[in-house]
Design a protein around this ligand. Structure first.
Ligand SMILES: [Zn+2]
Ligand SMILES: [Zn+2]
Length: 93
């Protein structure tokens, strides 16, 4: 049997749910939930938290997206000087 990764249900920390089942579980659990409203993480819809700012400090998906942005920025910066050249002979006037 394969090892599945488990996550803890944001609505009830006694629920241990297989990660691939989490989205469905959350929808079900949300309906039975009567506590304070939770916000949905932009970076992973299965993350439901009360304090988004605190969550983003440790959200692996958010931190990964920051990494990607940094990589993208580095690439853009490297390409930029060529674009600034202004002598684009391939474009007819
Ligand atoms: Zn649950
Ligand atoms: Zn998150």
């Amino acid at each position: 049997m394969a090892d599945y990764e488990y996550g803890i249900c944001p609505y009830d920390d006694t629920h241990r749910i297989m990660l691939f089942r989490m989205p469905k579980h959350i929808v079900k659990c949300e309906k039975n939930y009567h506590g304070p409203p939770l916000k949905t993480c932009k970076y992973n819809a299965t993350h439901r938290v009360r304090d988004m700012e605190e969550h983003l400090k440790e959200c692996p998906y958010y931190l990964q997206s920051l990494d990607n942005e940094a990589v993208q920025m580095a690439l853009t910066t490297r390409i930029a000087p060529m674009l600034e050249d202004g002598h684009d002979v391939s474009t007819p006037l």
